[in-house]
Design a protein. Structure first.
Length: 454
């Protein structure tokens, strides 16, 4: 009988992406009495390096033994609700599926791969040949020791290749160096220095949102939307908006001499700031949507809006253009001039810089939050066109209400301002998380792969 004359071994062998086997240490034996959880969490039985395999969830999948009445064992592979899915022979599994010898298991579409193998060892061989040592469950194989050192080990920059740009934030690092040099070059020229500082802070704030969204969008599309908003602010169209929302509608902004109740102030801010400015910032986003509809593929996908993530990315880009022009063209010059008349030019420039930094940095909980939230609804309306007249009004009014609430509470209490800012940020983050869950291209989302399970 086979059960008396042979021993049945099963194991997972970790292989590279192209199927080439790695060192023999990358082999994990499967025990008929224990399930093996695979993931980045140290409590897993098979622990994968968190830095090397960022697309793997903390508890990604489990291999479970399954016994039959004749004492024969088989194994099941089960996905543990991982962010990037578990694939068996190229097909994403739902729940559990039985393994066959030679099956290839992939943790994520482009993640690490294991090959499931059986090893039948005759009884005579077991008694005469020592078994190959395998790593114990829960241990990660140590690299082979060698007394030699390679050229690429001594000069690692030669061998990193595309990983340097994809995994090491090379582009943000280059831009940081460029901005630092420009800051040094504009010392003594306050206006130019303020533009450089504001641009860098705005870039950093937007890059944070971009990484959270996790969908690639051409930089020139994002820059064009931001520039489009800035152009609208300098065009006669702004005067038309002011006439409608602050002249015809009850959105006339109060002066310092006006005495208003909070309710009256909130109503004025809702029309004169919320509805007006959010619609103004949405115009370039809607223009990108319209342009995408008439372009052939793949340009329509790159430029247009086809899901909520597109709307958030373009909406927040529009907010960057609005914030930069409003801050550098209105708030900073006014306060700099007023303070300079009373305390000197140097003090005025310092106060202007002190105002610039929180206004640009705070846009993540301000203009970017409102416009990104409205952008989510624009993208959602594209996904569900039959409900467009239900979706868009809710998004527009919600974004305008958050905007008005921030403006109204700013003159009352700093603590209330903090609460509203946190609320606005939470609205944006919730929209991003929901947009990632709704995304038709969720499997290609680099934020989902980087951040692990949701």
């Amino acid at each position: 009988m086979t059960g008396k004359n042979a021993r049945h071994n099963a194991f997972l062998r970790l292989v590279s992406g192209n199927g080439a086997p790695l060192r023999s240490e990358f082999r994990y034996s499967l025990l008929p009495s224990q399930e093996m959880i695979v993931g980045r969490d140290p409590s897993c039985q098979i622990v994968l390096d968190a830095m090397m395999y960022r697309m793997v969830s903390r508890r990604h999948a489990v291999v479970r033994p399954l016994s039959s009445p004749d004492n024969k064992f088989s194994w099941l592979i089960c996905d543990l609700n991982s962010a990037n899915g578990t694939y068996l022979n190229g097909q994403r599994i739902q729940g559990c599926q039985e393994l066959q010898p030679g099956d290839r298991i992939s943790l994520g579409a482009d993640g690490p791969q294991f090959v499931f193998e059986h090893d039948y060892v005759p009884q005579a061989t077991i008694m005469t040949r020592p078994a190959t040592p395998l790593p114990s469950p829960g241990s990660y194989p140590a690299p082979l020791k060698s007394d030699s050192v390679s050229f690429t080990q001594l000069f690692p920059i030669i061998s990193t290749g595309k990983d340097l740009t994809r995994k090491a934030y090379l582009i943000p690092g280059i831009l940081t160096v460029v901005f630092v040099v420009l800051m040094f070059a504009t010392v003594g020229r306050p206006q130019a220095n303020q533009v450089i500082v504001a641009s860098y802070i705005a870039f950093a704030a937007y890059y944070f949102v971009y990484q959270l969204c996790g969908k690639q969008k051409p930089w020139w599309v994002l820059a064009s939307v931001a520039l489009g908003t800035a152009i609208i602010l300098k065009s006669p169209l702004l005067d038309l908006f002011i006439f409608v929302f602050r002249g015809l509608l009850p959105g006339n902004l109060p002066s310092s001499q006006d005495t208003l109740t909070f309710t009256e102030l909130l109503i004025r801010m809702f029309f004169g700031a919320g509805l007006m400015e959010e619609l103004l910032k949405a115009l370039p986003v809607l223009a990108a949507l319209a342009i995408g509809l008439i372009l052939p593929s793949p340009w329509r996908e790159r430029i247009g809006i086809w899901e909520p993530l597109d709307g958030i990315l373009l909406g927040t880009a529009s907010a960057v253009g609005f914030t930069l022009l409003e801050t550098l063209g209105q708030y900073v010059p006014v306060i700099t001039q007023n303070v300079a008349q009373q305390a000197g030019v140097g003090t005025g420039q310092l106060v202007g810089l002190q105002l610039l930094i929180p206004r640009i940095l705070g846009s993540v909980a301000g203009h970017m939050a409102y416009s990104g939230y409205l952008g989510y609804f624009i993208g959602l309306a594209v996904l569900k066109p039959r409900l467009i007249w239900q979706i868009l009004p809710i998004g527009y009014v919600s974004a305008a209400a958050l905007h008005a609430l921030w403006n109204a509470t700013g003159s009352i209490n700093a603590l209330l301002l903090v609460i509203v800012g946190v609320l606005s940020y939470a609205f944006l983050m919730a929209a991003i998380l929901k947009a990632r869950a709704l995304s038709p291209t969720r499997s290609q989302n680099f934020a989902t792969r980087f951040l692990g399970p949701k």
